[in-house]
Design a protein around this ligand. Structure first.
Ligand SMILES: *Cc1c(COP(=O)(O)O)cnc(C)c1O
Length: 409
C-alpha cells in the first residue's frame, strides 16, 4: 500500500472540487474587536476587520468574562485534572450547570466539551435509553446532530427543511407505539432562517414525540434573558431537551444540554462522549458562567445586535447586493452562487480591502448557493459597514456577479 499517494490523491480530489480550505491566521485584538491582525503565508501582516465571527456579541473580549477566567486560573490552576467522574467536577462546573439550567428554566443541565460533542453524544444516547426510538430530523440539521443520529444506528426519518406538513406526514405514518424524538434547530446558521417552534411543539404533542432543539445560534441572543428563540416564543417549557454552545454568543467554549433532571441524569449515565473525556478547564466554566450571567441582565446588547444586523442588510440591499431573503435573524448571507467566484471575492476582500469573510462553499451549503456569510456584532460600526459595502460593490462589478433582480453588472 502506497499510503502517501492515498493521502495525496484525497487532497487532490478536494482541490479539484474547489473546496480545499485555507484557514486565515488571525490575532484578534481584545478591546478592539472586530479588529485583528492577519498573518499571510509569507509572514507579512495586515490589519483586518473580522466579518464572520460567531462571537456574535463580542463576549470574548468582555472584561467580565476575561477577568472571571483569569481569577479562576489563579485560584484553581489550568486544567480540570480528569473526567467528570474522576476528580474533574470542580465547583465551577457545578455552578455553570446551575446557571445553564436557570437560563433555560429547566431542572438540570449537563456540560460537554463542545456543542458538537453535546449533540453527537446526546442524540446517540437517546437510542440507548429509548429502545425502538425513531428520530425525525430536519434536512438541514447540523453535521453534529446527523452524526449523533447515525451513531445511534436506529430508525430515522428526515423531513424537508422547516416543512411541518412533511414532518406530520412522517409522524402519522410511524408506529404510534414507538418512542419518537423531533430533532431540529431554532436558527439555521447558513440561511439565517428560523424554525416554527410553536408549530413543531404542537405536532410533538399530537403524536406523542419528544422535542430536541439545537439553539446554538440563538442562546445569548434571543429572548429577554438570552434563553434563545424558545424563550422569545414562550415555548421553553415545551422543549424537552435544549442544546447549546458556550463558544458562540457566550464567547468562550464548550457545549451543553438542559432538560428535566431525570433526562439529564440518564444521559449523564449513558453518554460515552460525556463520560470518557476530561472535563473543560475551570477557567472556561468560570468565563462561561460570567458571560451567561452578564447576558441575562443585558438585553440592550441583544437589541443593539439585531439593530446592527438590520442596518447591514439595509445598506446591502440599497446597494443591490443579493442578501438572501431566507434570513430573518442576525445572520447576513449574501449569495454568490459559484465556488470559484466566492473564493476569489473573499481573497480580494482580505488582500485589498482589509475585510475578512470566509467563503461558504459545498459541502457546507449546496452547490450553486455558495455565499459570503456576514455576522455583524454590536462592535461593527457604521463606518465599517460603509467600507464593507463599498468594497463589495466594487467587487461585484469586477467579478461580474449577479445582483438583485438578476442584473449582471
Ligand atoms: C457550531 C454548531 C454546533 C457545534 O457547536 P460547537 O460548540 O462549535 O462545537 C452545533 N450545532 C450548530 C447548529 C452549530 O452551528
Amino acid at each position: 500500500m502506497d499510503y502517501r499517494s492515498a493521502f495525496t490523491s484525497a487532497l487532490e480530489k478536494v482541490h479539484a472540487e474547489g473546496r480545499y480550505r485555507v484557514f486565515a491566521d488571525l490575532k484578534r485584538h481584545r478591546g478592539a474587536f472586530p479588529r485583528a491582525t492577519w498573518t499571510r503565508g509569507d509572514g507579512s501582516e495586515a490589519e483586518v476587520i473580522v466579518w464572520c465571527s460567531n462571537d456574535y456579541l463580542g463576549q470574548g473580549q468582555n472584561p467580565v468574562v476575561t477577568e472571571a477566567m483569569k481569577t479562576a486560573i489563579d485560584a484553581a490552576g489550568a486544567g480540570s485534572g480528569g473526567t467528570r467522574n474522576i476528580s474533574g467536577t470542580t465547583h465551577y462546573h457545578v455552578e455553570l450547570e446551575r446557571e445553564l439550567a436557570d437560563l433555560h428554566q429547566k431542572e438540570a443541565a449537563l456540560l460537554f466539551t463542545s456543542g458538537y460533542v453535546s449533540n453527537e453524544a446526546s442524540l446517540s444516547t437517546l437510542y440507548k435509553i429509548l429502545p425502538g426510538l425513531i428520530v425525525f430530523s430536519d434536512a438541514q440539521n447540523h453535521n453534529s446532530m446527523i452524526s449523533g443520529i447515525r451513531a445511534g444506528r436506529g430508525a430515522r426519518h428526515v423531513f424537508r427543511h422547516n416543512d411541518l406538513a412533511h414532518l406530520e406526514e412522517l409522524l402519522a405514518a410511524a408506529d404510534p407505539a414507538a418512542p419518537k424524538v423531533i430533532a431540529f434547530e431554532s436558527v439555521y446558521s447558513m440561511d439565517g432562517d428560523m424554525a416554527d417552534l410553536r408549530g413543531t411543539v404542537a405536532l410533538a404533542k399530537t403524536y406523542g414525540a419528544m422535542t430536541y432543539l439545537d439553539e446554538v445560534h440563538a442562546v445569548g441572543m434571543y429572548g429577554e434573558r438570552g434563553g434563545g428563540v424558545a424563550e422569545r416564543d414562550g415555548v421553553m417549557a415545551d422543549i424537552d431537551i435544549v442544546e447549546g454552545t458556550l463558544g458562540k454568543a457566550f464567547g468562550v467554549m464548550g457545549g451543553y444540554i438542559a432538560a428535566d433532571s431525570v433526562i439529564v441524569d440518564a444521559i449523564r449515565s449513558y453518554a460515552d462522549g460525556f463520560i470518557f473525556t476530561t472535563s473543560i478547564p475551570p477557567a472556561l466554566a468560570a468565563g462561561a458562567a460570567a458571560s451567561i450571567r452578564y447576558l441575562k441582565e443585558h438585553n440592550e446588547i441583544r437589541v443593539a445586535h439585531q439593530a446592527r444586523a438590520a442596518a447591514l442588510k439595509e445598506r446591502m440591499l440599497k446597494a443591490g447586493l443579493p442578501v438572501m431573503a431566507t434570513s430573518v435573524s442576525h445572520i447576513v448571507p449574501v449569495l454568490v452562487g459559484d465556488a470559484v467566484h466566492c473564493k476569489l471575492i473573499s481573497d480580494i476582500l482580505l488582500e485589498d480591502h482589509g475585510v475578512y469573510v470566509q467563503p461558504i462553499n459545498y459541502p457546507t451549503v449546496p452547490r450553486g448557493t455558495e455565499r459570503l456569510r456576514f455576522t455583524p456584532s454590536p462592535a461593527h460600526t457604521d463606518a465599517m459597514m460603509d467600507d464593507l459595502v463599498a468594497a463589495l460593490e466594487t467587487l461585484w462589478i469586477r467579478c461580474n456577479v449577479q445582483r438583485v433582480g438578476g442584473v449582471a453588472a
